[in-house]
Design a binder for this molecule. Structure first.
Ligand code: AMP
Ligand code: ZN
Length: 468
């Protein structure tokens, strides 16, 4: 097995990755809060995690991947104040919190599929794991790490050593940050809610009985309870966006290690932000967010264009969104698909020299920009066409750019003559609709192709295009 180097936020350096159990990796990725659509900033983080998982699998590890789905308890303020995001979403849309969760969880899964992001081994809804969270809080209470205020049960951060071991921030700075939203009953500004009480007289849609009173879990406890339950023997890698370092992941570590007396995860990895021009982070709360639909699909761009764009920026470097950038990525990806189509039908052998260069790039803390350069070098090389094809299809296990399927699509439509890319794309979509037996969509696309002056003819194996 080759060595894999990963940057660990805990130690602020690249380390050689070593799993707890040979051949298996436990991977925990913080999932979505399902009160709204995911934006392409969130999805950048899920893409980074997908590249990580595929890299581990490419290195022959079996990956046990757990993702939580936050369907309760994530408050609109990060400091345990404000409204529950789910209940706020329900009010906004005139639905129940449960309906909101179902709808946006399904939308999230659709987004992941559109980006070729593999599903986790298991999704864990927070509301399906309430007893585990209550048990963990009870354990913390028994060990003397909690106290009660008028609105909930809190974790006392002054009771542990190294509260800042992940953030590396001076404790004074952490306290300063925490002071933005004041809660006068907290003993220390960095203390956080483990359990929140339902307000007297105001019945919540989502609430549970607990030893401390009716209420709902605080946001951080879910990820500790779920990861300890499902990855108990494989606490290898825990990931999220960089905004989770100072509060969410810091608090997860504090409460998990206090409860178990053992080290929580060995490797903590964080993806840098997707920013809008000017350097501001794309955020749901900032009204500057774009979904896959309005950034890509609606503009006739394949969602994979965004995946390709994400490969071009290292995951620890900020990425800037721009429409022009996506257009450029579209041209690059289209060219890649055309080049793959031009390699013919025969699949030969994976070239071992190029494979080791590719491995070296991805195993060096997921250097995908370099991996793309290796891919480009394969196309330019003197390898036999069939071996080039085998090699790029092998790389695509990690890149996930659909080279296998797209190459066939492009081969069918490039057989007869040259046509504008938009027509070729429509013919490809029509082939796909026919494969799915969506005859209405196939007919609609045929009419559009004919209106643009081309004829499409079906063969036993896809379709061909002709000028009228
Ligand atoms: P949320 O649904 O808000 O809990 O966020 C889901 C994931 O997206 C988390 O891992 C966040 O850290 C991450 N995230 C949020 N905003 C951005 C952004 N602009 N760029 C990259 N990742 C982000
Ligand atoms: Zn989390």
């Amino acid at each position: 097995m080759s060595k894999i180097y990963l940057y660990n936020t805990l130690t602020r350096q690249k380390e050689i990755f070593k799993p707890i159990k040979k051949g298996v990796v436990g991977l925990y990725t913080c999932g979505p809060t399902v009160y709204n659509f995911a934006h392409i900033g969130n999805l950048r983080t899920y893409l980074f995690e997908d590249f990580l998982k595929r890299t581990l699998e490419y290195n022959d590890y079996r990956v046990k991947h757990i993702m939580n789905v936050t369907d309760v308890g994530h408050l609109t303020g990060d400091m345990d104040m404000g409204e529950d995001k789910m209940e706020a979403g329900a009010k906004r849309e005139g639905k129940t919190a449960w309906e909101i969760a179902d709808f946006y969880e399904a939308a999230f899964k659709k987004d992941l599929a559109a980006l070729n992001i593999a599903s986790p081994s298991q999704y864990c809804r927070v509301t399906d794991n309430i007893p585990e969270q209550i048990a963990l809080i009870a354990q913390l209470e028994k060990k003397g790490f909690t106290y009660k205020t008028s609105d909930g049960i809190y974790f006392d951060t002054s009771k542990i050593k190294n509260y800042n071991k992940l953030s590396h921030l001076p404790l004074a700075t952490l306290k300063e940050g925490a002071r933005v939203e004041k809660n006068p009953e907290k003993k220390n500004p960095t203390d956080f809610a483990l359990w929140k009480f339902s307000s007297a007289g105001a019945k919540r849609q989502m609430e549970w009985k607990s030893p401390w009173g009716i209420g709902f879990p605080g946001w951080h406890i879910e990820c500790s309870a779920i990861s300890l339950k499902y990855l108990n023997k494989n606490l290898d890698i825990h990931c999220g966006g960089a905004d989770h370092i100072n509060i969410h992941h810091t608090n997860e570590i504090a409460q998990s290690e206090a409860a178990t007396g053992k080290k929580f995860f060995n490797y903590w990895m964080h993806g840098a932000f997707l920013n809008i021009p000017g350097g501001k982070k794309m955020a749901k709360s900032a009204d500057n967010f774009l979904t896959i639909n309005n950034a890509l699909t609606r503009k006739d761009l394949s969602p994979l264009v965004y995946r390709f764009a994400a490969c071009q920026v290292h995951y620890r470097k900020p990425m800037e969104y721009s429409e022009a950038g996506l257009k450029q990525a579209q041209q690059g990806l289209q060219k890649l698909w055309e080049q793959a189509a031009a390699l013919g039908a025969k699949i030969g052998k994976v070239d071992s020299d190029f494979k080791s260069k590719f491995l070296e790039a991805i195993n060096n803390d997921l250097n995908l920009p370099k991996a793309l350069a290796v891919l480009a070098a394969v196309f330019k090389s003197k390898l036999k066409l069939e071996d080039k094809l085998a090699t790029i299809l092998d790389f695509d296990k990690v890149l996930g750019l659909d080279l296998r399927a797209k190459r066939l699509e492009f081969q069918t439509i490039n057989k007869v003559e040259e046509y504008p890319a938009a027509i070729a794309q429509k013919a490809g979509l029509r082939d796909e609709a026919r494969r799915q037996k969506d005859w209405a969509q196939a007919d609609k696309l045929r009419l559009e192709i004919e209106a643009a002056g081309y004829l499409v003819e079906d063969t036993g194996n896809g379709s061909t295009l002709k000028k009228k």
